[in-house]
Design a protein around this ligand. Structure first.
Ligand code: TRP
Length: 339
């Protein structure tokens, strides 16, 4: 019955977003983006892929990606993605991604892939380390992720715009060569979430690659660690509580977090504080209240692996029903021999 809630009507945009299973979800991911996935699931026909195959571009150890995948899946359901409404799936469960990925590799040029700034940055950073060919062909697999689902919209941050652009180029080129096959997607700016900064370095975005462990609050942190991290949050030496992100980034970040967690505007919240201590305490308490129910659902789901696997099968089945049709259409357009 709940299946009726799913938005599948022809005139509703299909939206695809994917996330790599690398590392734990932190407050910046949640308040900045993932929370909007949850509210957005009712407005459009949303597909959310956990792209484990993309993570293989930098993986060298057994079982790491699988574990990260199940944890991320549990987290996505725990924050409120409803498997009856949103299609949540694991990329490797839908073999059409790899299959269409090859077609994409043959539709993009070596030169185009060489110009991808993410490849240039990542391969340069890896210096003497192993640089897999997958790191180079990564955008072709990403194009397959997008085109398989006839996605109209792909919400991405600036770092991924180039990958959506190349996907459009690939789709147009393919359609030109072999006839109308793919929906040409558009990169859209995700609904603006809160901009959460590092608690130790409030001029940088909160990120798991932070040098100071205390700067990043994970959704699965226990209450004591959350309190500790907020208590140690960097503020400034004048003791006046004002919302001024430029002059007072630390204090403003605390107000932004408190605002995102409670729904009150920073300008209203600021009235209640004359000292940093109580602001830090309240921000910590609000975050604890926010993550508590998420953590509870997460631990329940992680303890019920069968249920988690069932939910992912539901997503994979739904994803495959779209993906097989697109792959078939692609092979037919090229004129590959049917088997
Ligand atoms: N490359 C994206 C990232 O690193 C992840 C990704 C893979 C993606 N496939 C996608 C994002 C398809 C949007 C659509 O964040």
């Amino acid at each position: 019955m709940t299946a009726l809630l799913r938005v599948t009507s022809e005139d509703v945009a299909r939206v695809l977003s994917c996330i790599q299973p690398t590392g734990s979800v932190h407050l910046g991911n949640y308040l900045g983006a993932l929370r909007n996935w949850v509210t957005g699931q009712h407005d459009k026909d949303v597909f959310h892929g956990i792209v484990d195959l993309h993570a293989l571009t930098t993986t060298t150890e057994p079982r790491v990606v699988g574990q990260a995948t199940i944890e991320l899946a549990a987290m996505l359901f725990s924050i409120g993605l409803d498997p009856e409404v949103a299609t949540v799936f694991v990329q490797s469960h839908v073999p059409e991604h790899s299959q269409l990925g090859w077609v994409m590799e043959c539709t993009v040029s070596f030169g185009e892939l060489s110009r991808m700034t993410q490849f240039k940055d990542k391969s340069a950073k890896r210096e003497a380390e192993f640089v897999s060919a997958g790191l180079f062909t990564y955008p072709a697999l990403q194009a397959a992720d997008i085109l398989l689902y006839d996605a109209n919209e792909v919400p991405v941050g600036d770092d991924q715009r180039q990958h959506v652009e190349i996907t459009r180029d690939i789709a147009l080129r393919f359609n030109h060569r072999f006839g109308e096959t793919f929906v040409v997607p558009e990169a859209v700016t995700p609904a603006a979430g809160a901009r959460v900064m590092d608690l130790q370095d409030p001029t940088s975005k909160m990120s798991k690659s932070t040098e100071t462990e205390n700067g990043c609050v994970y959704l699965l942190d226990d209450p004591a660690s959350i309190v500790k991290k907020f208590r140690r949050a960097v503020t400034d030496s004048d003791a006046d509580v004002r919302y001024d992100p430029k002059a007072k980034p630390g204090v403003s970040n605390l107000l932004d977090i408190l605002s995102a967690a409670t729904g009150s505007a920073p300008s209203a919240l600021v009235e209640h504080y004359s000292q940093y201590g109580p602001l830090k305490q309240d921000a910590a308490d609000a975050v604890i209240a926010l993550v508590e129910p998420i953590q509870q659902r997460y631990h329940e789901l992680m303890a019920d692996r069968g249920e988690l696997e069932r939910l992912l099968r539901v997503g994979a089945d739904r994803a495959r029903s779209v993906a097989t049709a697109t792959l078939r259409r692609t092979y037919d357009a090229i004129g590959l021999l049917p088997c």
